[in-house]
Design a protein around this ligand. Structure first.
Ligand code: AIR
Length: 191
């Protein structure tokens, strides 16, 4: 459920075609109970709008900006050049270069104007929300608690997958499971 309250994070994307990826950011912010606002602008197609939007962020109460863009992805850098709020960049996958163009365009900022750049695509979009929450949690102990719970759930889910796959109710790696895996790889024991 979208968290009510004054938005603390602005999620900005270069086009509505980025939305399926950036919804990972929105979903994760909702899961962590962080109020956000979503906007579309373009460093190249709408440079004046981008500048105005970036200028107003701080006075609107925004604390962290997450920016997703693809191709020659200059939106995060353009916003970072106008505000001193922390800017987290998410390079979109796709295009002729599968997102490597967007990664380089986002990450290779000149000194003085940083953009904290995430992985290409949906993994990066989800991590951007977690990173934004981690920044906000520095002054929000309840949010810090929700982030700890998220990590614990993540660890538990790995253990559950391991138990389901290994059939071992205790989970984890045993001498038998290692020996079985080696036999499987070498074909040892097969007639
Ligand atoms: N983009 C939009 N303005 C500048 C850039 N770099 C990016 C969008 C999107 C891609 O261009 O962030 O990832 C394609 O946009 P569209 O609107 O053609 O689908």
């Amino acid at each position: 459920m979208k968290h009510a309250g004054r938005p603390l994070v602005a999620v900005v994307m270069g086009s509505d075609s980025d939305r399926p990826t950036m919804q990972e950011t929105e979903k994760m912010l909702e899961e962590l109970g962080v109020p956000y606002v979503t906007r579309i602008s373009s460093a190249h197609r709408a440079p004046r709008k981008t500048h105005e939007l970036a200028e107003k962020l701080e006075s609107e109460g925004i604390k962290v900006v997450v920016v997703g863009a693809g191709l020659a992805a200059h939106l995060a850098g353009a916003i970072a050049s106008v505000t001193t709020l922390p800017v987290i960049g998410v390079p979109m996958a796709g295009g002729s270069l599968q997102g490597v163009d967007a990664l380089y365009s986002t990450v290779q900022m000149p000194s003085g104007i940083p953009v904290a750049t995430m992985a290409i695509g949906k993994h990066g979009a989800k991590n951007a929300a977690i990173m934004a929450a981690e920044i906000l949690a520095l002054s929000d102990p309840e949010l810090a608690g929700r982030l700890r719970t998220y990590r614990e759930d993540l660890e538990r889910s790995v253990d559950e997958k391991d138990k389901a796959l290994s059939g071992d109710p205790d989970g984890g790696i045993t001498a038998d499971s290692v020996s079985d895996a080696i036999k499987g790889l070498t074909g040892e024991g097969k007639q």
